[in-house]
Unconditional design. Structure first.
Length: 286
């Protein structure tokens, strides 16, 4: 079993995630891959798995009249890059992911997932260590025919009111004004596959984040100049934050283009990615 619930309170659900149990072989925990593990914990916490209770019943997030989609997702890793270089996010080790609803509005709600490593003590009991990072995710309810936002169902609003737990964690963000680095660009093109399709028949947001990993990994071997240095730093896991904004859904079989460019602010460096279907406007930013 990939995940096992180890604790539940009225306002927070804790899920044990073991990365190697989700895939046939251990993988490096690049940021995009972490999005998948966070999603696994989130789905269980939302009660999508019948054999494990959640904060509420997952069927409340979708019906013939509406469904909830991810519009924004960020991941902050603390003490990076030293945290990652020391192997604390080892794919062979288990982690505890706490999921909570931090706020909600008329059409959307915010989900916070914190990540802690589990360590076995002398008595054979797993206990969580210090906070390694957390993610912030915004889900929006939309009307299926139009894709336009619609109000959160009243039943779910009542549940959110009871379980809401405000977030006190602070994201890692660029300080100052972001600027593009001159002559620091790379473009990657790929056709989306059926393996990334989820229950709503579009490419899953976790899979999209993994495509970013693939694109930057390709750039680390094929780019030139300054962008090559940035891509290699990403692959070396020198990452403190990853933020994704979803503007439109992707479907299997579409050819997408990732336009990557180096960005900087003060002494901080990063990679910006604009994703669009070939010959169409931008639909995802990273």
């Amino acid at each position: 079993m990939a995940t096992v619930t180890v604790e539940k309170t009225q306002q927070r659900q804790s899920v044990r995630v073991e990365p190697r149990a989700l895939f046939e072989r251990p993988l490096n925990l690049y940021p995009g891959k972490l999005f998948r593990y966070l999603e696994c914990a989130r789905l269980q916490s939302f009660g999508f798995y019948p054999y494990q209770p959640g904060l509420f019943s997952g069927h409340l997030l979708r019906s013939s009249d509406y469904f909830a989609v991810v519009r924004f997702h960020s991941l902050s890793l603390f003490n990076a890059p030293s945290l990652l270089r020391n192997g604390l996010l080892d794919p062979n080790l288990p982690y505890l992911i706490d999921t909570q609803i931090s706020k909600f509005g008329n059409t959307s709600f915010e989900v916070i997932c914190s990540i802690r490593r589990l360590v076995e003590n002398a008595h054979g009991t797993e206990t969580p260590t210090q906070l390694l990072g957390f993610s912030r995710l915004v889900m929006v309810f939309v009307d299926p025919p139009t894709g336009r936002p619609r109000p959160i169902p009243d039943e779910l609003k009542e549940i959110f009111t009871q379980i809401i737990l405000k977030n006190s964690l602070e994201e890692n963000k660029f300080k100052g004004t972001l600027q593009e680095i001159e002559d620091c660009r790379f473009e990657y093109e790929i056709r989306t596959g059926i393996s990334g399709v989820d229950g709503l028949n579009h490419i899953n947001q976790g899979k999209i984040a993994e495509l970013f990993d693939d694109a930057i990994h390709y750039a680390s071997k094929n780019a030139n100049g300054r962008f090559l240095e940035l891509a290699k730093a990403y692959i070396s896991r020198e990452v403190a934050n990853m933020t994704v904004e979803y503007k439109q859904q992707l479907y299997a079989g579409q050819i997408i283009v990732m336009e990557m460019n180096g960005i900087e602010s003060n002494e901080e460096l990063g990679i910006g990615i604009k994703v669009h279907i070939k010959d169409q406007p931008t639909i995802i930013t990273h």
